[in-house]
Design a binder for this molecule. Structure first.
Ligand SMILES: O=C(O)COP(=O)(O)O
Ligand SMILES: [Mg+2]
Length: 259
């Protein structure tokens, strides 16, 4: 027998509902970029100000979007490799991969300093809270869940962004990509966040937008829901191994079922 999750038209159907039991949740850990806030505009503006400082050509949204989600260091390094790969940035030099990496490494210190300065100056100005986020957070809190925000973004960017968007008050904990030794998709940040919340991973729901979030959650033993509107490294999000998919945080029903 195939039965849809109750009340939730946008969850995938699951087989064998009779063998499933409901999961109770004490907390939710929520991703930031692509889940709470659409920050692609901020990334593009800050990256292009950085590239202009380095006399390098600009990038557009289509280049940046698949690179979001693995932290700012990864984003900048990938963009430097991308622009170094363009003939216009090469001054006729050979385009061997080794020279691209050497270029990116040479540019890194100036790029990182410039990006940080520009990002902090514009943080939130070209970013929007997704529809349904405020209602969704209110509903989750109203159900008595503790909430933590866990992002791969450095904390120095994440905290002012949450404040600027009026979202900081929902979270008892906020951890950036620099909070722990490793970032998502490693399970360590989720395990550490559960520890800080004082909750068991099996009773802590991860809500994110990418395979990064899902892989980290699976490895930590947290059930995971993915939103369908964020960034998933340029891949279709519904192909990711997750417990369910929602079109809006306000559509989350906490009746999640497990074998
Ligand atoms: O790469 C980023 O900065 C975004 O990270 P997040 O999706 O974990 O919030
Ligand atoms: Mg994300």
């Amino acid at each position: 027998m195939v039965t849809a999750f109750p009340f939730q038209r946008n969850y995938y159907p699951v087989p064998d509902a009779m063998t499933l039991t409901p999961v109770l949740f004490d907390a939710a850990i929520i991703d930031l970029d692509g889940t709470l806030v659409d920050t692609l505009g901020d990334f593009v503006v800050a990256l292009n100000l950085m590239l202009a400082d380095l006399s390098l050509p600009a990038v557009d949204r289509a280049v940046v979007e698949p690179l979001v989600g693995k932290g700012s260091e990864h984003l900048i390094a990938s963009v430097l490799v991308h622009v170094s790969n363009r003939p216009s940035a090469h001054d006729g030099r050979a385009q061997a991969a080794i020279s691209l990496e050497a270029d990116a490494a040479r540019l890194w210190p100036a790029a990182w300093t410039s990006f940080q300065r520009h990002y902090l100056a514009i943080n939130g100005q070209h970013a929007e809270v997704y529809p349904g986020v405020l209602e969704g957070l209110q509903q989750l809190k109203g159900r008595g869940l503790k909430l933590a925000c866990l992002t791969n973004k450095p904390a120095a960017f994440a905290l002012p962004l949450l404040r600027a968007k009026g979202l900081d008050g929902f979270f008892s904990q906020v951890f950036g990509g620099d909070a722990f030794e490793r970032k998502k998709p490693d399970p360590l940040p989720l395990l550490k966040t559960c520890e800080a919340l004082g909750t068991l991973p099996a009773r802590t729901l991860m809500i994110g937008d990418s395979s990064n979030d899902a892989r980290a959650a699976r490895a930590a033993g947290c059930p995971v829901l993915l939103v369908t509107y964020g960034y998933n490294h340029g891949e279709p999000v519904r192909a990711v191994d997750a417990d369910g998919f929602v079109d809006s945080l306000s559509a989350i029903d906490l009746t999640l079922w497990k074998r």
